[in-house]
Design a protein around this ligand. Structure first.
Ligand SMILES: [Zn+2]
Length: 221
């Protein structure tokens, strides 16, 4: 890691994707934070044009900064879709500065938008890990969870309604039977008796047949 002077308002630290650049002091909006620098590549030279890495910063169609050098502390700045800094390109001087586009507070990670080409080539395939994209993903996950819960509650409500309806039906049938029994007090078993009921009725009926015998026995003694 390159040594950073204590006068600088940033330090290299752990970020979600590896290392990143973090503010150590408040950085006012519009402040030039750091220069993005490295060897100047001329795409007209085949040797320069052959160089390929993730830290190339194209200034014009001809000139590109090779920011992969260790001394280029700005290369630690990660991409963000909703950043707090931007790249300020001075094409004539072929210089690039990273500038705050909002107030950056101590501890905040410094980010800038790497641009659509970089995003499409390097970030989209693996999924952007910036705060805005992580938040978006978290929101989607929460929405999916809420939808799942909503569907479960709906199914539960439906099942409850169904069981209540069945209960009501059963109670209605019971009430109907009670009403019938009240209207026909001697119709017990003569209506539509179940098998067990008819058996019970039979045993009840058979009892008086026995009693004369008992009476006979009682009279004989
Ligand atoms: Zn993002």
């Amino acid at each position: 890691m390159p040594a950073i002077s204590a006068r600088k308002p940033y330090r290299i630290g752990r970020s979600r994707t590896g290392l990143g650049l973090f503010a150590t002091r408040k950085i006012k909006k519009g402040t030039r934070i750091i220069r993005y620098f490295g060897p100047m590549l001329d795409c007209k030279k085949p040797k320069d044009d052959a160089i390929d890495n993730k830290y190339l910063f194209e200034i014009t169609s001809r000139w590109t900064i090779d920011g992969s050098v260790r001394r280029n502390t700005a290369r630690y700045i990660n991409h963000a879709c909703k950043p707090n800094a931007e790249s300020d390109v001075k094409t004539k001087k072929r210089r690039v500065y990273i500038r705050a586009i909002k107030a950056i507070h101590p501890g905040d990670e410094i980010n800038y938008d790497y641009g659509t080409d970089y995003f499409k080539e390097f970030l989209k395939p693996i999924g952007c890990k910036c705060d805005a994209c992580e938040k978006k993903r978290a929101k989607k996950r929460a929405e999916a969870r809420a939808e799942k819960l909503r569907l479960r509650r709906k199914a539960e409500k439906k099942a409850l309604k169904k069981s209540e309806k069945a209960k009501r039906k059963l109670e209605k049938a019971k009430a109907k039977k009670l009403k019938f029994n009240a209207a026909h007090p001697h119709a017990r078993g003569s209506g539509k008796p179940s098998k067990t009921k008819s058996a019970r009725t039979k045993s009840f009926v058979s009892r008086p047949a026995k009693s004369p015998a008992l009476a006979n026995r009682a009279s004989s003694t």
